[in-house]
Ligand binder design. Structure first.
Ligand code: IPE
Ligand code: IPE
Ligand code: MG
Length: 242
């Protein structure tokens, strides 16, 4: 079975899950923690190299202040509570996104958690918080522009790899499987640059209900895809293995 090297997940549907139970939306965010744990465990066990989870987008700042505040508190709580468990599993954690918009308290927890797991060689786990795909591209463009202005780089030397090396997922293979739960069939400004050739899998299941059988369905779907990357399928080189 073809196992993706890098899985990216848009964890959507928490609010609707809670509302269907007559609970506040934030109860859905809390219920979304268990599927996160499951995915980390399953990916590590199945030899997936990298997992990138969309937890809070650059557009999610538009939500009511109480929901944003609860989500931010939940991130702090999770970092405090889960980091030792991640470390024990040899997971290397990184937070991707615009940290400057986060509270100092959260920024400190992030720095501590990343430092704690930086030497680990198991699953590479990225959690996207205050992340936007367009923001990521703009930041990389700014970094390149600064290098050009300083004379370190010439404009005609810029290529795709150079831009990629200045983006949040630098050093990681591109996601080859993109999963979105919650029934919406859109990307919502997640990893725009990096998912150019990802296989897309959309599930109607709301994120708090995402269980191992749903992940297995996505992996099975991936295994059946024929990946051609613009080329043609040639004899003896199964496209899906590339
Ligand atoms: C995803 O669930 C989590 C975040 C965006 C923080 P939602 O909160 O978007 O849940 P729905 O889509 O409203 O059900
Ligand atoms: C995408 O979900 C962001 C996360 C899951 C963190 P949204 O709920 O924000 O996306 P839209 O608004 O339905 O596009
Ligand atoms: Mg949503």
């Amino acid at each position: 079975m073809a196992i993706p090297k890098h899985i990216a997940i848009v964890m959507d549907g928490n609010g609707r899950w809670a509302q269907a139970r007559g609970e506040p939306r934030t109860a859905g965010h809390r219920a979304g923690i268990e599927p996160v744990r499951m995915c980390i465990r399953e990916c590590a066990e199945r030899g997936v190299e990298a997992l990138t989870l969309f937890a809070f987008s650059s557009e999610n700042w538009r939500r009511p202040e109480t929901e944003v505040t609860t989500l931010m508190s939940l991130f702090v709580e999770m970092l405090d509570r889960e980091v030792e468990e991640l470390h024990a599993k040899a997971v290397r954690l990184r937070i991707i996104g615009n940290r400057q918009r986060l509270s100092v308290r959260l920024q400190q927890r992030i720095a501590a958690a990343e430092l704690r797991t930086v030497g680990n060689t198991g699953l590479r786990l990225q959690v996207a918080v205050s992340y936007g795909g367009r923001w990521d591209i703009v930041e990389a463009a700014r970094a390149i522009a600064r290098e050009c202005a300083s004379g370190a780089l010439r404009a005609d030397e810029i290529d795709e790899d150079m831009l990629g090396e200045r983006m949040q997922l630098a050093g990681l293979p591109d996601p080859d499987l993109f999963i979105r739960t919650g029934g919406e069939v859109r990307v919502s400004n997640f990893l725009l640059w990096n998912i150019a050739y990802a296989e897309l899998h959309f599930s109607d299941v709301l994120w708090p209900d995402f269980q191992v059988n749903e992940l297995e369905a996505a992996l099975g779907d991936f295994d059946r895809r024929q990946r051609r990357f613009g080329a043609v399928q040639t004899q003896g080189t199964p496209g899906r293995r590339t």
